[in-house]
Design a protein around this ligand. Structure first.
Ligand SMILES: [Zn+2]
Length: 278
């Protein structure tokens, strides 16, 4: 897997552009979750958009972005840790109804320090299934930074991921009207998601769009799907069970199988793994 996020400056270094190539990462995530084709595209855009947000806006934070709605797919969640390292979860990955989302879906975005402290949370409406627009609205309202998001995940007729990527464009504090005009004219020629649907690699799409905006390459960050579960987190999950069940495990010296929602790994937790009672 060679997924990366590449950073550039354009328009006399007054706009920052981050472009993610997330094809392998999203394919792995979709494979683990077992998503049906319409869910795969939505899930891929959620994972890619959350990762770009984390790297651009909150690189030392753990960022979670969830879609809440009353439709057949249930909750979709992206969980991105500093790195960026991502994982995700879909409540019902193969809904019977091709209409994946229900009415009035919401995007709930939260960030916390990896140690667990300090949670900031915001909710924005999700119109149809446009995650890029919802993240853009969040940035305008909560961060007051002019940011444009483009996200696309394409699949073949069997639901295999063909291409996945995303791009965010952010104005730096010293950008002026003429720089915005340069960026706008680049974006008017063609759109990032349309190029990806034509089979362009995300980096190639960036180069096509910003060829006349004096792009300067800043660097790359690797991107990977990796779960953080362990026997320790499985024991914590068992400890959170209701007191009656927990007592039953202790007294009968039973075992509890705990499956990780993010990667499917199973852990066997037995009575002797549990910390002693107070
Ligand atoms: Zn796991």
């Amino acid at each position: 897997m060679n997924d990366r996020i590449r950073r550039w400056m354009v328009a006399e270094d007054t706009f920052r552009v981050l472009v993610a190539h997330s094809t392998g990462t999203v394919a792995r995530a979709a494979d683990i979750a077992g998503t049906a084709p319409p869910v795969t595209s939505l899930y891929g855009r959620l994972l890619t958009g959350t990762t770009l947000f984390q790297l651009a806006q909150a690189p030392i934070f753990r960022v979670q972005c969830a879609i809440h709605h009353d439709g057949p797919a249930g909750v979709l969640l992206a969980d991105v840790w500093p790195g960026p390292v991502l994982r995700g979860y879909v409540e019902d990955p193969r809904p019977a109804n091709p209409q994946v989302l229900g009415n009035n879906p919401l995007l709930r975005l939260s960030r916390q320090l990896p140690q667990g402290a300090q949670i900031y949370e915001s909710v924005v409406p999700l119109r149809s299934d446009n995650i890029a627009d919802a993240l853009q609205q969040y940035m305008a309202e909560s961060e007051q930074v002019l940011t444009l998001f483009s996200l696309e995940t394409t699949t073949d007729h069997r639901g295999q991921v063909l291409m996945s990527g995303g791009m965010i464009i952010q104005a730096m504090p010293d950008s002026k009207v003429q720089h915005l005009a340069t960026v706008t004219s680049c974006l008017e020629t063609t759109s990032f998601d349309a190029l990806l649907r034509q089979g362009y690699h995300p980096f190639q799409a960036f180069e096509t769009i910003f060829a006349n905006a004096d792009p300067h390459w800043l660097g790359d960050d690797p991107l990977e799907y990796r779960c953080r579960c362990s026997k320790h987190t499985a024991i914590r999950a068992v400890m959170a069970l209701d007191p009656e069940t927990l007592c039953g495990i202790r007294t009968s010296h039973g075992t509890e199988m705990v499956a990780c929602n993010f990667c499917g790994q199973e852990y066997r937790v037995s009575a002797q793994d549990l910390p002693p009672e107070d």
